[in-house]
Design a protein around this ligand. Structure first.
Ligand code: DX5
Ligand code: ZN
Length: 222
């Protein structure tokens, strides 16, 4: 398989009272910071409005992968690209004009990414293959960290890998990923892994990122 893998820790379960320090703890060993933006409309939880999120993004010592769990995301998505996010994920279920918004994100200089909730089929979005730089396959119902990994999403991950073919599109899984679940996600075809509570509940978050990466890299080169 020997696929390059990426670890993109989520700070959703980090200590919000000292976010910059929490980010600094894992920055040196992580590929991107996964920033979960929730509006309490698209998902039943709230994390950051654009003002708070842009402060985190500007101060972050790690480039940011913004995961926008926001209704009517088309207009705000470009703003996340414009303030310098490396990647911006919009949800297929929250977007009035997916192709145009993905194009706008790229035009603003970020990698474009399409998020797919558990009950959403990936085949409905096969026509986006030329417009995305990443697919985010949710392996929990979006809204909260610390949930159980949904193994029944692996068929969708396999199908997404099949659709990607030899295109340079990252395949991210998000939700319940840990040392115990990353292998089945890797085997199904994922190459980019959001790890939230498994990292920030560890006594040494940075070491957990290193261990998960080493484990996954070892498995991916079999
Ligand atoms: C859930 C978020 C995930 C979550 C991952 O809606 O999109 O990024 O924070 O956290 P864990 O790894 O704890 O499931
Ligand atoms: Zn997320």
């Amino acid at each position: 398989m020997s696929r390059e893998i990426r670890i993109t820790p989520s700070i959703l379960n980090a200590d919000f009272s000292r976010l910059n320090e929490e980010i600094d703890r894992i920055a040196a060993v992580s590929d991107l910071l996964h920033l979960d933006v929730m509006d309490d409309v698209f998902v039943p939880n709230f994390t950051f409005d654009f003002e708070a999120a842009s402060k985190i993004i500007k101060e972050s010592s790690l480039p940011v992968d913004a995961h926008l769990m926001v209704a009517n995301v088309d207009s705000i998505a470009v703003q996340y690209a414009e303030i310098g996010c490396t990647s911006v994920t919009i949800h297929a279920e929250a977007t009035a004009n997916i192709p145009q918004t993905l194009r706008n994100i790229r035009a603003a200089g970020s990698r474009s990414s399409l998020g797919i909730k558990p009950n959403t089929s990936i085949d409905d979005y096969a026509d986006c293959l030329e417009l995305v730089d990443m697919f985010l396959i949710m392996t929990v119902e979006p809204g909260f960290g610390g949930q159980k990994f949904m193994e029944n999403m692996m068929d969708k991950v396999r199908r997404t890998r099949e659709l990607i073919g030899d295109r340079d599109i990252w395949l991210q899984v998000d939700g319940g990923v840990s040392m115990q679940t990353i292998e089945i996600a890797l085997e199904a075809g994922a190459d980019t892994f959001v790890v939230g509570s498994a990292v920030f509940s560890a006594s040494d978050p940075a070491q957990m990122v290193v261990d998960i990466r080493e484990f996954a890299t070892g498995k991916s080169s079999l």
